[in-house]
Design a protein around this ligand. Sequence first.
Ligand code: ACO
Length: 332
Amino acid sequence: MSSFRSVVRAVGGYLPEKIVTNEDLEKLVDTSDSWIEERTGIKERRIAAEGELTSNLGLKAARQALERAGMDATEIDLIILATSTPDNTFPATAVTIQAELGITSGAAFDLQAVCSGFVFAMTTADQYIRTGQAKNVLVIGAETFSRILDWEDRTTCVLFGDGAGAVILSSVPEDGPELGMEDSKTKRGIIASRLRSDGRYRDKLYVDGGPSSTQTTGFLRMHGREVFRHAVTNISDVIEETLETANLSIDDIDWFVPHQANERILVGTAKKIGLPFEKVIMTVARHGNTSAASIPLALNEAHEAGKIKPGDMVLLEAMGGGFTWGAVLVKW
Ligand code: ACO
């Protein structure tokens, strides 16, 4: 029986200034706005400026979340950064963010689960809080996928973008009253989560380089159809499992915030799990696929638009390279 729950205190986000439209990409590779939009729903994406690193994006998102929470950075005792595009192979990019925030206590580390990174990071943070090992966790998803794209490969370079989002989770006593939500069916906080991976599919979406194999960074490679084929089934299964764990049904969900890979995957998943499309938060048209950053960026937009409010039941899910996939259910 755990003694603490992980409650969302605040959310923040940051997108690089430079917008690259589908029309811009037509000048780079043999593609078209209509092909990209029909197959993916993407219209444009943000690309980090030269010298703008994953840590810079993550730091800006983190600062916004801290400001909104009214917290001093030194109250944070754990930073988990979900990223597959760290500034360097090591040290972890999370420690750069930690230092920039002026934090000298607690711990900071990177977590790598590609597009599922944020769901894995939220679940990990929740375990630290539930066991009393951390009080205030800064969970960040930050990526500069533009740096690992082969800009001559039209099958991948049109799909991704750069950005960062952050969520602050704080520990509250499991049985304590929670911000006037006593009458609710369940209290605020992370209710349940489920993580999965299956390494048999590691060659379906990967980077063809690395320190131990080629001593180069490498480029992203993907068998798009194979990924697509597994996506809806894997995601729907893990959502069902998560709802079952929480003893809830799809009708209890107020907002669905999926990883923003592809509009067709999102529409297919919503249909399969029986969720009305008005409850789906969609940013893929303007952000593209920002991997581990896509869920916190979507949360940030939904928060800024006044959609997600305290007490709402929010379902997060993602699938990515590995394959990895998972879902998190949180009462906002
Ligand atoms: N512009 C124009 N034509 C293109 C482009 C492009 N950018 N890319 C590929 N094509 C061509 C192909 O060369 C092929 O041509 P051919 O028939 O002459 O050989 C044709 O379009 C069809 O290619 P497919 O790859 O079969 O196209 P598909 O309908 O599967 O769409 C896509 C490709 C969008 C990648 C799709 O498979 C998909 O969405 N997969 C999911 C992958 C995904 O979202 N990954 C993100 C990371 S994983 C995650 O986050 C879940």
